[in-house]
Design a protein around this ligand. Structure first.
Ligand SMILES: CC(C)(COP(=O)(O)OP(=O)(O)OC[C@H]1O[C@@H](n2cnc3c(N)ncnc32)[C@H](O)[C@@H]1OP(=O)(O)O)[C@@H](O)C(=O)NCCC(=O)NCCS
Length: 203
């Protein structure tokens, strides 16, 4: 018997145990293949049960500094967003075993003529699990979703201009910097510049 998830897979595993056909769905640039972890990373859709784990990751000062997350964000707000996501919104989580170690959101823009575009937001990996390919696994999964299931032509995101490690990761997935928004966000007592980056898929 063929189960629904064989047609509509919502779990991707990067690493030694990854089924061949799921890896083949996305051709990774060489820079990212080097980052493939020795341990398998599973990416699945986020659910309400993930709110505690995600709140812990976002609240980590090493993570919050690089994102638009706010200190003292109520747990209940995150739980509500995970329980009732907006139409077209995809929240992904990366797991090692059963533990949630990272997340990435893919957001639909409320503009009918930008239906071919999605905004990526809040890519974070728990500090203890960084540099093991978790961020790359989340990017791989969202690009597979964009290219092979949603047929999108443009993915865009914003990143602090001094976040070299995130910019390296995005460049490895063919994102290019389109411009810099000067003094775009207030961060830890100072204004900070943010870059806008995009990946265009020629169809
Ligand atoms: C940015 C972040 C998501 C990357 O996730 P990660 O799991 O550590 O990244 P990966 O292990 O998948 O690395 C993939 C590639 O990203 C780049 N990269 C990741 N960490 C890097 C670092 N410390 N320095 C330079 N490049 C880095 C590299 O190109 C790397 O490939 P390589 O290992 O072959 O050099 C993670 O560091 C993080 O959560 N940082 C804090 C929050 C943040 O900055 N989010 C981005 C908001 S826009």
């Amino acid at each position: 018997m063929i189960r629904d998830e064989q047609f509509y897979p919502n779990r991707y595993t990067v690493g030694a145990q990854h089924p061949e056909q799921q890896i083949a769905a996305v051709a990774l640039p060489a820079t990212v293949q080097r980052a493939a972890p020795a341990i398998p990373v599973t990416v699945r859709h986020a659910g309400p049960e993930d709110y505690m784990a995600l709140h812990r990751i976002f609240a980590d000062p090493q993570v919050m500094y690089w994102t638009s997350a706010m200190p003292f964000t109520p747990l209940a707000r995150l739980r509500r967003q995970l329980t009732d996501p907006s139409e077209g919104h995809y929240g992904l989580v990366a797991c090692i075993g059963e533990a949630v170690v990272g997340t990435l959101a893919c957001i639909v823009l409320p503009i009918p003529r930008a239906r071919h575009t999605r905004h990526l937001s809040l890519l974070v990996v728990a500090p203890a699990w960084q540099r093991r390919g978790v961020g790359a696994a989340l990017m791989q999964a969202v690009i597979d979703l964009a290219d092979n299931w949603l047929n999108l032509a443009r993915l865009e995101l914003m990143v602090f201009s001094d976040n070299g490690r995130a910019i390296n990761l995005y460049r490895a997935f063919e994102f290019v910097t389109e411009g810099t928004h000067r003094r775009y966000a207030f961060r830890a007592g100072q204004y900070a510049d943010m870059d806008t980056m995009a990946r265009i898929r020629e169809v």
